[in-house]
Design a protein around this ligand. Structure first.
Ligand SMILES: [Zn+2]
Length: 321
């Protein structure tokens, strides 16, 4: 069921082999810990400074009106004992437009020598971020100045991301890495079979993935430096006119509050067929964020370790019209 989130416009599916991470797909080779890792992490606010058209729902009829909390871009640079590198960038955005992806991976390879298959760019798919997809903008019939505004935001976002990535790569230091997983139960299938075909409605008996994969990065004095976690569920609790990271944004916020000085990064799993339930209020987005943060915290006792990175990479063909 991959993922209406990733398939259209043929964005990317990145697979780090030996691990299965709910479709965003990764893991660590299952070997005994023998050597040290290095990691660097950075975060930067990417909330638009002015009202913008918002992504995710065609029914919206006006630009954004303020924010609930800030949207973030975050970068995690990893290096294994063999010197192999991996760069993970997460964004509180609905998607990463293909032109932005392509120009970023080209620049990253040129500037830091990290090849595209070692770069993971992940959008949380919040439906309360700015609209960046020019095709969608045209579809909505936006005024040319709104399209220009999206282009300007994307140009600034690219520069912000390159600065952020550079900081993460250039501040790598020895860490301990450990992988574990927990659970959260608010994702529900939304492809209900009916006499009239499949309908977009809650389907409690449908397939669902409640796993919460967690990668912990601990600093030299065993303090949490970063935590990377995932969940396979559309970030659609909310549909209003304020910028907000939805449940992934709240989960990251709660984890960073619980572990001062750490950076929490969210990667969306294969959740295009899942909606958070119940939904539609800010209070529920906060509750789902709390449930996911609790899933991460509860996973903390069963860590396994490994020492080596492997990866593969594939660009999926665009779906048939
Ligand atoms: Zn969506």
């Amino acid at each position: 069921m991959l993922c209406r989130l990733f398939a259209r416009g043929s964005v990317l599916l990145v697979v780090l082999t030996t691990v299965i991470w709910s479709g965003a797909a990764w893991c660590w080779a299952a070997e005994a810990p023998t050597t040290s890792w290095k990691a660097g992490v950075a975060a930067h606010v990417i909330t638009p400074k002015t009202p913008m058209w918002m992504a995710g729902y065609a029914a919206r009829n006006k630009p954004s009106e303020g924010k609930i909390h800030d949207l973030y871009a975050k970068a995690l640079a990893l290096e294994d004992s063999q010197g192999s590198q991996l760069l993970i960038v997460t964004l509180d955005l609905v998607s990463i437009p293909r032109p932005l992806h392509d120009s970023l991976v080209t620049q990253i390879q040129k500037q830091w020598g990290i090849s595209p298959e070692r770069v993971v760019l992940g959008a949380s798919h919040t439906h309360c971020g700015p609209e960046l997809r020019m095709g969608k903008a045209a579809l909505y019939g936006l005024q040319p100045e709104r399209v220009q505004q999206a282009r300007q935001y994307m140009a600034e976002l690219k520069q912000t991301l390159l600065t952020l990535i550079g900081h993460a790569i250039e501040t790598k230091c020895p860490v301990e890495l450990s992988y574990t997983h927990g659970r959260a139960g608010f994702a529900m299938n939304r492809r209900l079979p009916t006499e009239n075909g499949i309908q977009n409605r809650p389907y409690p008996n449908g397939p669902v993935d409640h796993d919460v994969p967690v990668l912990c990065i601990d600093g030299p004095t065993h303090q949490l430096k970063a935590v990377l976690f995932g969940y396979a569920c559309h970030a659609t609790t909310l549909g209003f006119y304020q910028f907000c990271g939805d449940y992934p944004g709240f989960a990251q916020q709660y984890l960073e509050q619980a572990h001062p000085g750490s950076v929490a990064l969210f990667l969306a799993g294969c959740g295009g067929d899942q909606n958070p339930q119940p939904r539609r209020t800010l209070d529920l987005a906060e509750q789902h964020g709390r449930a996911l943060a609790n899933g991460v915290e509860a996973a903390g006792n069963s860590k396994s370790r490994s020492s080596r990175l492997t990866q593969s990479f594939q660009i999926l063909p665009a779906p048939a019209p």
